[in-house]
Design a protein around this ligand. Structure first.
Ligand SMILES: Cc1ncc(C[n+]2csc(CCOP(=O)(O)OP(=O)(O)O)c2C)c(N)n1
Ligand SMILES: [Mg+2]
Length: 656
């Protein structure tokens, strides 16, 4: 006879922090049959809000959840987010911070992750749940909302937020957090941990810590939706596909290529979709919109049918709703997110990109849908024309003609630069091998790479342009490196001098962890991409170039306060060296080639500073952008720019 006496449930007595760490070490994602740790490591900086709780747990369990020490909490969130992007959202890292400033430093990183739909787990400390202490160091005392702490600032920038005020809340909060991290609509997931609660012990059910698998889902397309879009495609004479980040995350490149090849449809890419098409083919065209190619934008103007796959279509892709000029244009969209699927009034297929594209390619083959020879010929001719322009702009060996610079640029001769940023990108392109990754997020680099980088055949471009956050690029290189430890695949970030000065400190972490990453800084003495925009909207430089003040700042004197002296003397090489990097300055094309070759196998971080000619830009994309000059101004140029802007407004459309 079996003993039927009820057994007490098996429990494990752990602190909340120990329970969090143990739980995280047992979670797996499963994507297409591939199982991997969902959160294989934690990053952080300790303070009184987490050192005795999570700090103790991470110490005790460091064999199960390795801990990486960092310099700045925002940068640590970027590392974890880049890891999430590099793993195609199949895994991410956790970041712990103390209360108050440590926690709030993570808010910008949370915004970036959520806007880009990239998973990241944040574990900020929070003020005491017991409240015995009175305002604890760094506590916000909200006068009327007594339960509000600074961590409530995470709410609008997160996909999931919970505050753990009792130990047993973990039993529901952590599974909900994992679900949000592995959901198609993922983003920053915040589990806020009051500092006293982190150390409280509780008898957790043992099975809570059993290994658990979280599926990365592929929602199937609805057959009727596929048939409707296939019919629209068959009726189209000038179709265009726009591939977004969803194609990359879904691993739908091959299905996209099959569809494009079968029906002869040109494919453009958004920033997040850069490299979605890996094969070189006549229909593989590159970027669309503000930093797209003039060829793609000409096609977009004429297209009578636009199929978007896995994209939110931000204003950069649509040129602020001005680029699709064909009055009869119709839109269709494949997206896992029902809201994105309906952008521009599109007929949606709400499904996984890989499955929906496969179904659509089948339908197209069955119907025998194919574009006309005339449309295909137009695509080829425009792209060939652009490729010639591109090659000339990138050629590092033909000297740049300084006389071609805009009028305001007599000042550029203050530098020792001989290369343009375009020519530097030409050199990086020459150097790039299959398996390498190039990263960019803000300033001139992401737009320039979007326009001219050849990301086919495994030369990955990791462009963060949902938030375009200065300071993402360098830590992102660490995140990509954690996801891709093979040192033969170089991880390189291209970031401006302004961006480097904003957040160079994770170089120390790269040196500490001996991470082989290359940081390339085009030194152009300013926030030059904004200077360029300013010239187009205000007509003169103000506050963007890095210049000394002539004389001294006399606040209250009534004198105009402008920065009009020489360029600042900042030694970026020594700065990088001081932070533990191998740092070099290379000015000519051959110096850059030699520096890249020589440091390719270097085992820690490398910083390569390359002076580039300020204001020497790549050829334009030929589209309009909705950034409004002042409606009234004492400056004559502004009135002129305003009227040009208002003419542009006429090209802006509502697509219903
Ligand atoms: C955190 C943050 N602050 C401000 C901006 C606005 N912004 C976009 S690009 C840019 C200038 C970047 O300068 P730099 O890194 O030197 O690149 P460059 O424009 O010279 O290519 C600024 C200030 C931003 N994107 N992110
Ligand atoms: Mg700059």
């Amino acid at each position: 006879m079996t003993d039927r006496t009820p057994q007490p449930p098996r429990t494990v007595r752990l602190t909340v922090a120990q329970a969090v760490v143990t739980y995280l070490s047992r979670q797996y994602s499963v994507a297409d049959g591939h199982r991997r740790r969902l959160i294989p490591a934690a990053l952080g900086i300790f303070g009184h809000g987490n050192v005795a709780g999570l700090g103790q747990a991470l110490d005790q369990l460091s064999d199960q959840l390795p801990f990486v020490q960092g310099r700045n909490e925002q940068a640590l969130v970027h590392i974890a987010t880049a890891y999430g992007k590099a793993t195609r959202r199949h895994a991410t890292l956790a970041v712990t911070a103390s209360i108050g400033p440590g926690a709030l430093n993570m808010v910008t990183g949370a915004g970036l992750a959520t806007v880009n739909r990239l998973p990241v787990l944040l574990l900020p400390g929070d003020t005491y749940a017991t409240r015995h202490q009175g305002p604890v160091l760094q506590q916000l005392q909200h006068p009327i909302e007594a339960d509000t702490s600074v961590n409530d600032a995470f709410r609008p920038v997160s996909r999931f937020f919970d505050r753990i005020t009792r130990p047993e809340q973990l039993l529901t909060a952590l599974p909900a957090a994992m679900r949000a991290l592995t959901d198609v609509d993922t983003g920053a997931v915040v589990v806020s941990l009051p500092q006293d609660i982190q150390s409280h012990a509780y008898d957790y059910p043992a099975e809570f810590f059993a290994e658990r698998d979280w599926p990365i889902r592929r929602p199937a397309p609805d057959a009727d939706e596929v048939a409707t879009v296939a019919r629209l495609l068959a009726e189209a004479e000038k179709p265009l596909i726009i591939a977004g980040g969803g194609v990359v995350y879904s691993g739908a490149g091959e299905e996209l290529e099959t569809l494009a090849e079968a029906a002869g449809i040109p494919v453009a890419e958004t920033f997040a979709g850069k490299g979605a098409v890996q094969r070189r083919a006549w229909w593989q065209l590159g970027g669309i919109g503000l930093e797209g190619t003039p060829a793609v934008n000409t096609l977009a103007r004429e297209a009578d049918f636009v199929l978007t796959v896995g994209s939110r279509l931000t204003d950069f892709a649509t040129a602020s709703h001005s680029v699709f000029e064909n009055p009869d244009v119709r839109f269709a969209s494949i997206n896992v997110n029902v809201h994105d699927a309906g952008r521009l009034g599109a007929t949606g297929i709400v499904a996984d990109a890989k499955r929906a594209l496969a179904a659509l390619a089948d339908a197209v083959r069955t119907d025998g849908t194919s574009t006309s020879a005339a449309w295909q010929e137009k695509v080829r001719a425009l792209d060939e024309q652009w490729q010639r322009q591109r090659a000339a702009a990138l050629d590092p060996d033909s000297p740049f003609d300084l006389a071609s610079l805009p009028d305001d640029s007599d000042v550029v001769r203050d530098t020792d630069a001989v290369l343009t940023q375009g020519q530097l990108i030409g050199l990086l392109q020459e150097h790039a091998q299959a398996g390498d990754t190039i990263i960019a997020a803000a300033g001139g680099p992401p737009g320039d790479l979007q326009k001219v980088w050849d990301a086919t055949e495994g030369r990955f471009a990791h462009l963060e342009f949902g938030f375009s956050c200065m300071g993402y690029e360098l830590p992102a290189a660490l995140g990509v490196r954690f996801a891709e430890p093979d040192p033969s695949k170089r991880v390189l970030s291209l970031l401006g001098d302004g961006t480097f000065l904003m957040a160079p400190t994770e170089l120390v972490t790269a040196a500490q962890e001996k991470l082989p990453v290359t940081i390339v800084i085009p030194e152009n003495h300013g926030y030059q991409v904004i200077h360029r925009l300013q010239m187009g909207r205000n007509g003169r430089e103000f506050g963007n170039e890095f210049r000394y003040r002539d004389g001294s700042l006399e606040i209250g004197s009534g004198k105009p306060a402008r920065l009009e002296g020489d360029y600042l003397r900042v030694d970026l090489v020594r700065t990088a060296e001081g932070l533990g990097a191998r740092a070099l300055r290379a000015t000519t094309a051959d110096e850059v080639r030699a520096a890249l070759a020589e440091t390719r196998d270097h085992e820690g971080p490398v910083v390569l500073v390359v002076p580039v000619i300020p204001h020497a830009d790549l050829p334009g994309a030929g589209v309009w952008w909705d950034v409004a000059p002042a409606e009234v101004s004492e400056q004559e140029a502004v009135a002129q720019l305003r009227s040009e802007y208002e003419e542009g407004l006429a090209s802006q459309r509502w697509y219903g």
